[in-house]
Design a protein around this ligand. Structure first.
Ligand code: SF4
Ligand code: SF4
Length: 166
């Protein structure tokens, strides 16, 4: 038969445990209501990459391949092309005609972001990329490119508009 000390010890542990439960019941909830509400992600969260534009709407990527060289998973594929007098896509001599990231292999390590000399590639907060079809996990430049800033028309778009008489 348990002695009186053990009974009091067990009762005190129950009271202490219930105290923690009551305290948590009174505190505000910290549960994320995803997918009914967007989750609150930290600024440093590493999600799907974003290819940034400069203040003139030009692509920041100059196709230097440093991100691809730094990638330990070898999942960045780039094809470079030259800007010309009539068609300018980036602020440098070259731009990425093709820029793919294979998210079947990406481990979100951030090495590509650290390696980029023009801050062209950054981590966004996109995370809803799970898929049963692995081919959808290869994201193209068009999927990752930041939108043109409001009120800015990149030169290549202006030329197209001028050529069409608008
Ligand atoms: S986050 Fe890491 S694994 Fe993913 S593309 Fe960048 S360097 Fe490669
Ligand atoms: S994203 Fe940055 S590091 Fe990668 S090719 Fe473009 S400019 Fe170079």
């Amino acid at each position: 038969m348990a002695n009186i000390g053990e009974v009091f010890g067990a009762a005190s542990a129950i009271v202490k445990g219930m105290g923690v439960t009551m305290k948590e019941m009174m505190s505000p909830t910290v549960t994320e209501n995803y997918p009914d509400e967007p989750p609150k992600l930290q600024e440093r969260y590493r999600g799907v990459h974003v290819l940034q534009r400069d203040e003139n709407g030009l692509e920041k990527c100059v196709a230097c391949f440093l991100c691809a060289a730094a990638c330990p998973a070898n999942c960045i594929y780039i094809e470079a092309a030259e800007n010309t007098e009539t068609v300018r896509i980036s602020g440098g001599e070259r731009y990425a005609k093709v820029y793919n990231i294979d998210y079947n292999r990406c481990i979100f390590c951030g090495y590509c972001v650290e390696a980029c000399p023009t801050d062209a590639i950054t981590h966004g907060h996109g995370f809803e990329v799970a898929s049963y079809n692995t081919s959808t996990l290869i994201k193209r430049k068009e999927d990752m490119l930041a939108p043109v800033p409001p009120g800015v028309r990149p030169p290549v778009i202006q030329e197209t508009a001028e050529a069409s008489g608008h």
